[in-house]
Every structure is written in structure tokens, then in C-alpha cells.
Design a protein around this ligand. Sequence first.
Ligand SMILES: NC(=O)c1ccc[n+]([C@@H]2O[C@H](COP(=O)([O-])OP(=O)(O)OC[C@H]3O[C@@H](n4cnc5c(N)ncnc54)[C@H](OP(=O)(O)O)[C@@H]3O)[C@@H](O)[C@H]2O)c1
Length: 262
Amino acid sequence: MSKTALITGASSGIGTELSKLLAKKGYNLILVARSKNKLEDLKAKIEKNNNVKANVILKDLSEQNAVKELYDEVKSKNIAVDVLVNNAGFGDFCEYVGSDIEKQDAMMNVNIKALADAVYYFGADMKKRREGKILNVASIAAFIPGPYMAVYYASKAFVLSFSEAVAKELKEYNVTVTALCPGPTNTGFENAADMKGKSTMFAKLKPVSAKLVAKKGYKGMMKGRRVKFCSLGNAIATFSARFTPHRLNAAFAAWVNGDPRK
Ligand SMILES: NC(=O)c1ccc[n+]([C@@H]2O[C@H](COP(=O)([O-])OP(=O)(O)OC[C@H]3O[C@@H](n4cnc5c(N)ncnc54)[C@H](OP(=O)(O)O)[C@@H]3O)[C@@H](O)[C@H]2O)c1
């Protein structure tokens, strides 16, 4: 019987590439995001090119009960989720104090709360079945404080810590949790975070393709790795950050990000 993967943030970037890859591997899909046209186009393309079914569920994951509603909708379709990919997320390039507080709240809801809620609800079924794989998209930002993207970096630190903790809890139930930690990647992220033409991050750190990140994420998840990087350089840089004072790490991140006031 074919298995099902649910991917949040499937409408763009890393989520789209992970959806295509999972379809290629024979998974039926549940594609979740807000952009109806993009998701419908992706569903059509995937169903045309692979022998799988794709369901589209439109959901704004910044809303309070979004994940419980998503879970109930999936249950009402009688679908068991074998693979959960918590990929939806975004940043905001700004000074935190004085920023758009609604965008910061939405970021915390999508990057943190929705991710944790999805692990809670879909993870419960996996735990019962004693089978399942969860891929949580964190970032190399998870390892250091990030001035001018303070909430974003902190949200990814949550994703990393939470994923590693829950991975330990779920191991004995044969459910794996992998935190994927990409560096800068060519997607819609730069635009969504208001970085384009302002932040120097994508100029200073060479971005990779979403396809490569999806491939690394898929491999890491299949092997049940707890943390997966997309390059040796990223692995070494984040490892060495453990031995540098956070004051210096924060200064480095501020330099990489650039100053939004300029
Ligand atoms: N690109 C990078 O440099 C980079 C590096 C490290 C980690 N990451 C992480 O990778 C993940 C994917 O981002 P990406 O780079 O592929 O960026 P992207 O192209 O902007 O994709 C972001 C996805 O998240 C979805 N999303 C955003 N807000 C949402 C909401 N309120 N409700 C539901 N879905 C929402 C978007 O869908 P809709 O707009 O259609 O809702 C979109 O599908 C994120 O968690 C990001 O933090 C990215």
C-alpha cells in the first residue's frame, strides 16, 4: 500500500522540491500552504508525472487552531500520514523593537507553534502505529543569535532543540525526527523576509538550490538522522560556533545579515 507524506509550505522553494522528490519516491501527498493556484499547479504536475495522488489543503498556519483543523481534515479523509514534513516558515529582516509586531507574531506561530502542534497531532498517530518519519526544517541560523532577524534565528533554535528532544522521546516508538539545517537557499525566502536588495546575507554566503536541500533533507530523514546539514562547510561552521562566545557569534551574524537601517 502506498504511503502518504504531508508537506507544509509546499507551494514554494524547499517545500515544492521535497514534494516532487517524495512523489518520485512513490508517496501520495498532502500539500499544505495558503497559495491556492501554486498548490493546484503543483498537484497537477505531480499527478501527471508520477503514479501518486496529491491532496491540496489550504491553510494559514499562523492562525491559532490551524494545525488541529488540518489534522481533523486529514483524519476525515481517512488518510494516515507516514511522513510529516514541517517546512513552512519565514523570516523578517528588521530591528525587532519597532518592527511589525503582527508579522513577528505570525512568524512565531508558523515557525514554532504550527510545527510543534503538527508533531503533537500527527506524531500521536505515528507513535500508536509505531512507525513514522518527521522532517522539521530548521536552519544553520538555529546555532547562533541573529541580530536583525532576531525572532527568526530564535525560532530556528527552538526547532532544533525541540526536534532533538522529541527525537529521543519517539525513538523507542520507531518514529524518527530529523532537523534539517540548510544555509542560504535560492527560494522565495529572501522576498518574504524583506531582505532583497537590503540584506547582504545572500551575497556573503553563497546560496544553494532548493533541489539540493530537498535531496539532503530526504536522505537525512530516510536514514533517521537527528540533524542534517546540506554541506560540510555548514556542518563545520555550526560546530565551531559552539566554542565561540555568543557575543561574537551575534556580531558575526549581524555582519552577515547587514544593517536594515542602511
Ligand atoms: N531559503 C533559505 O535561505 C532558508 C535557509 C534555511 C532554512 N530555510 C527554511 O526553509 C523553509 C522553507 O522556506 P523556503 O526557503 O523554501 O522559502 P519560501 O520559498 O518562501 O517558502 C516558504 C513556504 O512557507 C509557506 N508559508 C509561509 N507562511 C505560511 C503560513 N502563514 N501558512 C502556511 N504556509 C506558510 C509558504 O506558502 P504560502 O505563502 O503559499 O502560504 C511557502 O510555501 C522555511 O522554514 C525556512 O525558514 C530557508
